[in-house]
Structure formats: C-alpha cells, structure tokens
Design a protein. Structure first.
Ligand SMILES: [Zn+2]
Length: 394
C-alpha cells in the first residue's frame, strides 16, 4: 500500500515492522462541539485503519484528549462552569458523534491530566541532556540547542527561523514570555498561574505543555517508534515538529514515527460555508437531517489530503449514493457469499493508492448502478462487503 508521508513529501510503500500497526492520531481539545473538520480527520483515519484490518493487520490505535488547555479554561470562565465539567461534557459529545459516524473508538483514549508522570519523566531526561531549561517554575524546550529541529516544518515549506517563528506565534507560542531564552522555545511544563488548576512536578505545581502531552501518551502506549502519526494539516507545525524534537531526543531513536499523515482542512470559517450550510457544520446538527452513512460518504468523497469546502449539494449526492447501496442490499437479500474479483481488485488498487476513497466510492457507485440494472447478486454481495470496509452500515 502506498501512503503519502508528509516528512518526505512523497508516496511511500507502507511496510510496518510486523503485523501490528502502531498508530497515534492527535485528538480533540474538548472546549467546543465537534464540527465537520474534526469528522473529516477521524473518519479518514478510521477508514485507513479499517482498510489495514481488511488487509490482515492488527491495529493498536491511541488518541489523546487535551483535557487541560488555555481554551478550556477561557471557555469555562465564559460559561461559568468548572473547566473539568466542560471537558467531560464536550468529550462525551465528541465520542457520541464519532460513534454515530461509525468511527471505531481508539484502543487507548488517553487523558492529558492523567498522564503527567510520563510527561515529567520525559522532561527530566530532556533537561539532563541539555535540550531543555527550567525558568521560574516552567520548563522550556531550547530550540537553538537542537540542530535537528524543524525537519517536518521544512518539509511543509517553512524554510527558516523567521517563517517558523511567525507561524508558531500565531498558534499560541507566547513570544513575549519573559521566562523564555528564545522566542521560538516552547513550553514543556507551565508553572501554575493564579486561580488555574495544577499538578505536582519537580519544578513546582503547573500543567503540561500541549506538545509534550502527545509525545508522552504516544510513547507510553505504543513504544518509542510509531508506524503512523496523524492529525489535521494545521498540526504539522508547530505541534508535530515539536513532538518529533522532544521524542527523538528523549529516546535517542529516529524516526519517532515512520509515517506522518495529515488531513486537509474543511473550510467552514468563511462566509461560503455558512451561506451554503447555515448552522449545519456541527456533526450533531448534520445528523438531524442526514444519515450517518450519507455524512460518511460526503467526507470520503474527498481525498483525505486536500482541503475542501462542503456544500449541501455534496450531502444530497451522498444520499443518492447511499440509496443505490440500499437498493443493492434489497437485491442481494440473504446471499452474502457472492464475489466479483474484478471489482475487488479495482477497489483495492484505489485504496492502496494513498487511500483514494473518492475513486473507491465511484467504483462502488458505478457497480451498484449496474447491479440495479442487471440484478447481478454476486457483484451486489461484493459491493456490500466493500462498503463495510469504508465504514458504511448500509
Ligand atoms: Zn497531538
């Protein structure tokens, strides 16, 4: 199977070390409700894992929930509720939305607030090795002490310090923090601010930085080297770049992950999205109007790697496609053992070309139209089996 590796910017053959695929996908920060962009990422990776299972691999899938964060504290203050109550509520909503979309739950769903001992262990080693420094109860990663820093950032076109600094600062890097030696340094452990929750550490009470959280949870449950690390395209820098730096200097092993995979952004902040879909950008709202299969088909009609914009017509087309599969279900009836080796082969070829789900769905849709015309039960049974690989419930 060929997959696009963000780190090398090329299609590479996916060959895990053994039958077990160790995969980590960055999870949500539970301060707001799940939108279509989240769904695109998690449905895309769910489909990848379903396909790898179909090929015979066993999956060990870890996902985190960033259940302490500036955004959670801010939103909780706005709503006048406790930060942990907000986190629990939005995590629950997210899991319900993902269950509805037939997304498999991870083998381990790790909470940042429960994993601080592992993070502290990594930070201590980074301090000993000279890649980090303590300042005023906080600990920072020292980017200038790390000549390897930024491989993933450079791969996506951030070629120099200034370019990295600009983007990092847009994404919460706190350039003016007086305790930092260099503006690009990022926080590993953040000293407690007045009124904020804190966990004990050798440097005093505080809370973990976002980047260290994912390194710690990935390595605790999957070991020092992963097969696939995924997330939205906006995480490649700074988040994943920082994860690589911390993890590889902690273990002394590279690469931290063999493949880095990123999903394209779904546009919904702009006016176009609100004009076309009104308030239907939340998964829970979409589910009131469309079936989970129709939403899943809408998402998989777009290749995981590219940005796209969702229009209500996309959902209508997806509903038609699901309708065709349902007609095939009626024609096939109880017979499930039929096969179509040509369709099977073409489906596999599409999926193994960097998970080309739009192509795979087109093949199934065309085959369904033929089956509806000629009542070919064998091809029908094959179609239904392959729709399951895409996570449809038809
Ligand atoms: Zn992460």
């Amino acid at each position: 199977m060929k997959l696009f590796n963000t780190l090398t910017q090329s299609l590479e053959t996916f060959t895990p070390r053994d039958n077990l695929v160790r995969i980590y996908v960055c999870g949500i920060t539970p301060y707001d409700t799940t939108h279509l962009g989240h769904a695109f990422t998690y449905v895309s990776f769910d489909t990848l894992m379903r396909y790898l299972e179909f090929l015979g691999y066993t999956i060990n899938y870890v996902q985190n929930v960033t259940d302490i964060d500036d955004d959670i504290l801010r939103k909780a203050r706005e709503l006048g509720i406790a930060w942990d109550e907000l986190g629990r509520r939005e995590t629950e909503r997210y899991l319900n939305d993902m269950d509805a979309l037939n997304v498999h739950r991870p083998n381990v769903y790790a909470h940042a607030t429960e994993e601080t001992p592992t993070m502290i262990e990594i930070i201590q080693v980074l301090l000993e090795k000279g890649f980090a420094y303590e300042s005023g109860g906080s600990v920072y990663y020292s980017v200038c002490q790390d000549p390897d820093f930024g491989t993933l950032a450079r791969a996506i076109g951030l070629n120099d310090y200034k370019a990295m600094l600009t983007i990092a600062n847009e994404r919460g890097n706190y350039p003016d923090d007086p305790r930092k030696k260099d503006a690009l340094d990022f926080v590993l452990w953040q000293a407690q601010a007045p009124g904020e929750p804190a966990w004990p550490s050798p440097w005093g009470p505080g809370r973990p930085g976002w980047h260290i959280e994912c390194s710690a949870m990935a390595m605790r449950y999957l070991g020092p080297q992963l097969d696939i690390h995924g997330g939205g395209a906006d995480l490649a820098f700074p988040h994943h770049t920082c994860e690589i730096a911390q993890s590889e200097h902690f273990t002394g092993k590279a690469p931290f992950s063999r493949f880095w995979m990123h999903t394209g952004m779904v546009h919904q902040d702009g006016e176009k999205m609100s004009k076309s879909l009104g308030n239907l950008t939340l998964v829970s709202d979409l589910l009131k109007t469309y079936s989970a299969d129709a939403i899943r088909v809408t998402l998989l009609n777009h290749h995981y790697r590219y940005p796209w914009e969702c229009f209500s017509e996309d959902l209508e087309v997806a509903m038609e496609t699901v309708g065709l599969f349902q007609q095939v279900r009626t024609i096939v009836g109880e017979q499930t053992d039929g096969e179509d080796t040509v369709l099977h082969g073409r489906f596999k070829a599409a999926m193994e070309n960097d998970l080309n789900t739009p192509e795979a769905l087109l093949l199934l849709r065309q085959a369904a139209e033929t089956v509806i015309a000629n009542h070919d039960v064998n091809t029908g049974a094959e179609i239904l089996r392959l729709t399951k690989v895409l996570g449809l419930r038809v």
